[in-house]
Write a protein that binds this ligand. Structure first.
Ligand SMILES: O=C(O)CCC(=O)C(=O)O
Length: 270
């Protein structure tokens, strides 16, 4: 079959100036109808092939946690997904408020079905997403990174969709969720409760939310009987470096602290 590029078809639409303005003000934005149906279908097929229809038949990914069951996306090597990742890079360039020709670097991509809370699961992933900030878990030396969170089916709050703490991207670095004990970021930093919180999201397949890695977000459990299928693409500013801390998100074999994330693993995409 010919690839999207060979057919001259786009995997997604551009990000609009209104969506950029919302992201800068609130730390997140929603891109309705961003990924086109053919690409959503491709992603869902890959996800189900790898993880099963129950979203839980894959081998363990290495990080068992309640938020979702994870499986590597490998999208850089799949032509129809790579073209989406490149277009996400372009969109992220518009959202990132860096001056000059800094550019955007791919960081990671993975599938993240939240599994039904009523089922006993093989790979965890069937709980709520406690309110947290992503930044510190990535062991990078500068902010600017963001996540494109892509819904692969229609679903709403009953499936455990995210809410965002508006303007929390201006609250500074709030530590790792591993340090919060039984609480979450809202308990440890109660001043976050003075900020507004968005309602939990409703998504149609192909809708995307983008959140800054400094924006606090969380989600309820999936109370339905189906997996909440999502595909995530994470990007960083092109000049990002490893800060030397043990990272949860990438392999530092052969790397030195303060080294730029470059090479084949972290290509420039925008
Ligand atoms: O999918 C979820 O429930 C949480 C996702 C998340 O924490 C993230 O994208 O940073």
């Amino acid at each position: 079959m010919r690839t999207l590029e060979q057919r001259g078809a786009d995997p997604c639409r551009p990000v609009t100036p209104e969506e950029v303005a919302h992201y800068r003000e609130f730390g997140w934005t929603k891109l309705d109808g961003f990924v086109h149906a053919a690409t959503v279908e491709t992603l869902l097929r890959i996800a189900r092939d790898r993880m099963g229809d129950d979203g839980d038949s894959n081998d363990a990914y290495g990080v068992d946690q309640p938020y979702f069951n994870a499986e590597q996306g490998g999208g850089l090597t799949v032509p129809d997904v790579r073209v989406l990742i490149d277009r996400i890079g372009r969109g992220a360039g518009a959202l990132m408020s860096r001056k000059g020709e800094v550019g955007v670097r791919y960081f990671s991509d993975f599938f993240a079905p939240k599994l039904p809370s009523s089922r006993k699961t093989r790979n965890a992933g069937n709980g709520p997403t406690s309110f947290h900030q992503d930044f510190i878990t990535f062991a990078v030396d500068r902010s600017g990174g963001m996540t494109f969170w892509i819904a692969l089916e229609d679903f709403g709050p009953e499936s455990g969709t995210m809410s965002f703490v508006n303007r929390s991207h201006r609250a500074g670095v709030l530590g790792s969720y591993h340090t919060y004990g039984a609480g979450d970021a809202l308990d440890v930093f109660p001043e976050l409760r003075d900020l507004e919180m968005s309602a939990p999201m409703h998504y149609r397949a192909g809708d995307v939310t983008v959140h800054s890695h400094l924006t606090v977000h969380g989600a309820g459990a999936n109370t339905t009987d189906r997996p909440r299928w999502a595909y995530l693409v994470l990007v960083q500013p092109a000049d990002v470096c490893w800060n030397g801390a043990p990272p949860e998100a990438f392999d530092t074999t052969g790397m030195q602290p303060n080294q730029r994330l470059d090479g084949d693993g972290f290509p420039l995409i925008g």
